[in-house]
Design a protein around this ligand. Structure first.
Ligand SMILES: [Zn+2]
Ligand SMILES: [Zn+2]
Length: 87
């Protein structure tokens, strides 16, 4: 995929990878309109969580994220329940 133009089109902040928090300088990948390092995107897909309330298994990309009192909080997008790493 020819995504090279994105480095010129996007500002540094827009190129910040939501997975690792670093500005993307190379290996950019797009997922649902968000920009990731290619490696981070693959890792995010493999990183799974299980909802302790409804039992849904979700990967990092599907998990909702909110910021509460400066902390990143992940919760189930279906029921809002607490999540635990799943393997
Ligand atoms: Zn990254
Ligand atoms: Zn749930």
């Amino acid at each position: 995929m020819a995504l090279r133009y994105l480095y010129r089109k996007l500002s540094k902040e827009e190129r910040r990878c939501p997975y690792c928090g670093k500005v993307i300088q190379r290996n950019i990948a797009v997922y649902r309109g968000r920009y990731f390092h290619y490696g981070c995107l693959q890792e995010a897909k493999m990183k799974r969580y299980r909802c302790q309330n409804c039992g849904a298994v979700l990967n990092w990309l599907e998990v909702g994220e909110a910021e509460v009192l400066g902390h990143r909080v992940r919760s189930c997008p279906y029921c809002g329940g607490p999540l635990r790493r799943f393997r």
